[in-house]
Design a protein. Structure first.
Length: 113
């Protein structure tokens, strides 16, 4: 089941104080960015935050599941995202602990001689 656009917009609004939050549709679902880092996924109207040690400590009792088959485990955030202050804190911690994404170099065509 694909996520509703209104759901993703609500989630992004809740996280707004964590930094520059944006989202992008990917594979029928959504990736949520804080700055240039993917911090969460929204699949089937459920929020999955990328796992970090700080995030795990912040949440306490975590539920880890794969957002879709073949992906790594993420923290399933069930209802807590309704608390703006709480979800902002989690996203800030997650963004700070995730590595900076590697810049992919474009492939250039070889020159003909």
């Amino acid at each position: 089941m694909a996520s509703d656009k209104s759901f993703i917009e609500f989630i992004v609004d809740q996280m707004g104080n964590a930094g520059p939050i944006s989202y992008r549709k990917m594979f029928g679902e959504y990736a949520i960015y804080c700055g240039k880092k993917v911090v969460a996924l929204v699949c089937g109207n459920q929020l999955f935050v990328r796992p970090t040690a700080g995030g795990k400590a912040y949440i306490g009792n975590v539920v880890e599941v794969a957002p879709y088959p073949g992906t790594k485990l993420h923290f399933l955030i069930d209802g807590s995202f309704k608390d703006r202050e709480w979800i902002t804190g989690l996203i800030k911690i997650t963004e700070q602990e995730l590595p900076i994404p590697k810049i992919k170099q474009r492939k250039t065509k070889g020159t003909k001689k």
